[in-house]
Design a protein around this ligand. Structure first.
Ligand SMILES: *Cc1c(COP(=O)(O)O)cnc(C)c1O
Length: 332
């Protein structure tokens, strides 16, 4: 198994922070000249990450979360998501391979064909599904769900939406460290911006921390696609600091790597009517990406982020150097 770059960067973590490799690293970077942007555009492509089941950025989080569940002796991962949750599906698939059960509370949002397909996959995954429908009712039912999933004396391992706990965010730290190694190897120039959708925040927070750990000056541009969680730059930086504190608590020296306010820029103008509500700008960006770059986007996350990238670039708002788009989606 290829060890994570985080263990190389912080050797103190080797014995204190377990890791389970679930995909082939590093994920590739390539130029995207066809998009016609002013800035030199690149993609770091997470879509092929993961050995089976469901790919994309959620698998990176599970590489840290599943061994932690094991360390705690938990029998069940208890988590939450929307009806079409990529997170819940990735958790269900990869946890089962580790002999862990998954229990999922699902909240309503608009249902299209993609969401219906996702629900079918969730049903087939063997996860226990609950349908509290609203966030308020999910919170009310939470204590009961928690008690219900004890494994002997060990409680279930509760994970927030999207797996965006301080530990889950380390998945994106690893993505950023890979990017740093790829810059160092001359595969691409040092980017000015790394653009990602913001769904639950772990990816943005982890990237911000990981870019500093990698010694890059690259800033994260987070495009918010979810209006059901607090995802402003303060909240995202707070999560990055909690991840840094976790590394410190496990023995790592992260001096100078804790991201400051400048590390993350948050854009909220591409959300449209809310989480999982498609937008015209997103659909246009999706069509352009497919026709001119060969990137396959989806409507909830990556299309909205790519739309923001194209519009901000056209307005001159992404000046200063190359731009990397993080392809976070990984269907199978
Ligand atoms: C979950 C998800 C994201 C967002 O990542 P967060 O860490 O939740 O902010 C982006 N793209 C896709 C395809 C996702 O499934």
């Amino acid at each position: 198994m290829r060890p994570p770059l985080l263990h190389r960067r912080c050797p103190e973590l080797v014995g204190s922070l377990p890791f389970l490799r679930l995909g082939a690293a590093p994920t590739p970077v390539r130029a995207l000249p066809g998009a016609g942007t002013r800035a030199e555009l690149w993609v770091k492509d997470e879509s092929g990450y993961g050995d089976g089941g469901w790919g994309g950025n959620k698998v990176r989080k599970l590489e840290w979360l599943l061994p932690e569940a094991r360390r705690r002796g938990a029998g069940t991962l208890l988590t939450v998501g929307g009806l079409g949750t990529n997170w819940g599906l990735a958790a269900a698939w990869y946890a089962r391979e580790q002999g862990l059960e998954v229990a999922l509370g699902l909240i309503d949002h608009p249902v299209d064909e993609h969401v219906r397909d996702q629900l079918e996959r969730l049903r087939a995954s063997g996860a226990s599904l609950y349908f509290p429908r609203t966030k308020a009712r999910l919170i009310l039912a939470a204590p009961w769900r928690f008690v219900r999933h004890f494994h002997g004396a060990t409680p279930p391992y509760y994970l927030p939406a999207g797996g965006s706990s301080p530990l889950g965010a380390l998945g994106a730290v690893e993505i950023a460290l890979e990017l740093g190694a790829q810059v160092e190897a001359g595969e691409l120039p040092e980017p000015a911006w790394l653009v990602t959708p913001v769904g639950s925040g772990g990816t943005t927070a982890g990237l911000a921390l990981g870019l500093r750990l990698a010694g890059l000056r690259t800033r994260v541009l987070g495009v918010v696609v979810n209006d059901t969680l607090r995802l402003d730059s303060r909240a995202l930086l707070a999560l990055a600091r909690r991840s840094a504190a976790l590394l410190r608590a496990r023995g790592a020296d992260v001096t100078g790597a804790v991201p400051g306010p400048d590390a993350v820029r948050v854009e909220t103008a591409w959300l449209g009517d809310g989480y999982a509500h498609p937008t015209a700008a997103g659909d246009q960006a999706l069509a352009l990406a497919s026709a001119r770059t060969g990137l396959t986007l989806e409507r909830t996350y990556t299309a909205k982020a790519f739309a923001a990238l194209l519009e901000l670039d056209a307005r001159g708002g992404l000046a200063g150097g190359p731009v990397v788009f993080l392809q976070t989606h990984g269907p199978r």
